[in-house]
Each structure stands twice: as structure tokens, then as C-alpha cells.
Design a protein around this ligand. Structure first.
Ligand SMILES: [Mg+2]
Length: 193
């Protein structure tokens, strides 16, 4: 049966909604999810790279980060597919210093559903960055559910079937063969067809 890799932020957990709550409460902004049309946070927040990093690090240390809510339907779909015999792995771009918090969040919200959690450190300036395609190939994952265009392109180029989770920042033309999905019910159908 297939091994399936799944991203966390804005695929399994609604990261951006809680970041927006944090930012609006702390800095008095009126950000909405539709404002996040790219990963250019300094441009979206209107502050420097350094200030952006400071704010995101504060978000990581806050309860808003711990209390990220699972994306609607994700728990149900993953448990149904697990019953059918699929194996799930988390492949997240989060930095290595978030390993502990990430494990806690996954076991609280998706206890027993994932065989392992892999961090690729894709957005942090320090430490080794690993390509998600490399992790998927090592895990023998045939499918990845992902929302970052950088990873979507990398995995698709390396022969992994990509289900691209629709978000405001990935509404470009997707690489050939990549399928855009809008919710977890649709993912259930696409995988079991
Ligand atoms: Mg993501």
C-alpha cells in the first residue's frame, strides 16, 4: 500500500489563521488570509526581514502556535485512509528547533496516525536544508500533500505525485501532473480512486 507524505502548515494545521490572529492582536493590524498571496512576509506585513523573523519567532513561542487547529476533515480522512492500509509520514519545512513543539502538536491532534515526522528546515537561514523530494524518495512515499510551490515543483520534478492543497499563495499554474485539491474530502477521493 502507498506511503503518503503530508506537509503540516496550512495543509494539516491552519497555521496562517493563527498567525493572523497573533499578528492582529499583537500589532493592531487587520490582516486577512487573502492578503497572504505569497511567502513574502516582509512585504505583506510591511516590515523588514529582521522584524519579520522576530515576529514569527514570537509567534512560535506563543500559545497561538501551540493551538493551531487541524484543517477541517484532515483527521477524518487520514484515519479512514489508515484503516485502508495507507501509511502516513509528516514532511515539514519547519526548522529543527521546532521538533519538540511539532511532536507535541502532532500527538495532541493526530495521535498514532503518523509513522514519523521529518523536518527539512526549508525556511530558516541556518542549518542544513533538505529537499522534500529527497525525504519522499527515502521514505518511498508515492504521494505528497503540499501547499508550497517550491516543494510542489521539486517533488513533481522528482516523480512524486503531488496533491497541491489550494491556498492564496499557490494560485499560479501548477506543474504538469500536479492536481489541485480544495479540501480533505477531495483528497480522500483522489487517493482512493
Ligand atoms: Mg505548508
Amino acid at each position: 500500500m502507498d506511503n503518503i507524505a503530508v506537509d503540516i502548515d496550512d495543509v494539516l494545521g491552519d497555521f496562517t489563521s493563527n498567525f493572523i490572529l497573533f499578528h492582529n492582536n499583537k500589532y493592531g493590524t487587520k490582516l486577512e488570509k487573502k492578503d497572504f498571496f505569497s511567502y513574502q512576509y516582509p512585504m505583506i506585513l510591511g516590515v523588514s526581514e529582521q522584524e519579520t523573523r522576530y515576529r514569527i519567532d514570537n509567534f512560535y513561542m506563543s500559545d497561538y502556535f501551540k493551538e493551531i487547529i487541524p484543517v477541517s476533515g484532515s483527521v477524518e480522512t487520514i484515519s479512514s485512509l489508515k484503516e485502508l492500509g495507507y501509511n502516513f509520514f509528516i514532511v515539514t519545512g519547519r526548522k529543527y528547533s521546532l521538533i519538540q513543539e511539532t511532536r507535541e502538536w502532532v500527538s495532541k491532534n493526530f495521535g498514532g496516525m503518523f509513522s514519523d515526522i521529518h523536518h527539512t528546515n526549508s525556511y530558516h537561514p541556518e542549518g542544513e536544508r533538505i529537499k522534500k523530494s529527497k525525504v519522499c524518495l527515502e521514505l518511498n512515499a508515492q504521494i505528497i500533500v503540499e501547499d508550497d510551490l517550491m516543494h510542489i515543483k521539486d517533488c513533481s520534478l522528482n516523480g512524486i505525485k503531488v496533491l497541491a492543497y489550494d491556498n492564496p499563495w499557490n494560485r499560479d499554474i501548477l506543474p504538469k501532473g500536479v492536481v489541485r485539491v480544495f479540501n480533505w474530502n477531495e483528497i480522500l477521493k483522489k487517493i482512493t480512486i
